[in-house]
Design a protein around this ligand. Structure first.
Ligand code: MHO
Length: 163
């Protein structure tokens, strides 16, 4: 099993999406990339910790290669909106790939270039690629949020898989 970490807006939707992907064993909502230790949702929402809402994905690379996860990441959100995603605004909603190791960093950069030339997006892609910092798991009530409450804020895996 390998880990991958993605920030693509509200983590409820990102977690829900990656949980549907065959080969993904676990998806956990959390915070990463900010200054403080063990941040709370409230602190992250206020925007003064600079953490991003992210999802830590545990996957079997024999079933779903990392490159496929990165391609799905680019398809499941809008990577051209700086510090915002859909209805949500703030640096916590930034588009970011936190890479685990040199090989992931290489693949992420390569798939970013592929997304740039895909003509899928009219505006420039603003996704950041950075080495994974400490991941702070979010409060329990944020885990499997849409499973418990319904709703969505990203396209579904089924829509992306069939496109
Ligand atoms: N617009 C969303 C953001 C939630 S998310 C976990 C809401 O507050 O309902 O950042």
């Amino acid at each position: 099993m390998e880990k991958a970490t993605f920030g693509a807006g509200c983590f409820w939707g990102v977690e829900d999406f990656f949980r549907q992907v065959p080969g993904v064993a676990e998806a956990v909502s959390g915070y990463a990339g900010g200054a403080s230790q063990a941040p709370t949702y409230k602190q992250v929402c206020n925007g003064d910790t600079n953490h991003a809402e992210v999802v830590e994905v545990t996957f079997d690379p024999a079933k779903v290669p990392y490159a496929t996860l990165v391609d799905l990441f680019f398809k499941m959100h809008n990577p051209t909106t700086l510090n915002s995603q859909g209805p949500d605004f703030g640096t916590q909603y930034r588009s970011v790939i936190f890479t685990h190791g040199e090989e992931q960093a290489r693949v992420a950069r390569e798939r970013l270039e592929a997304a740039k030339v895909s003509s899928r997006w009219k505006q420039p892609i603003v996704t950041q690629i950075e080495p994974a910092p400490t991941f702070w798991k979010a409060e329990d009530y944020h885990q499997r949020y849409f499973e418990k409450h319904g709703g969505h804020c990203h396209v579904s895996y089924a829509e992306v898989a069939n496109s």
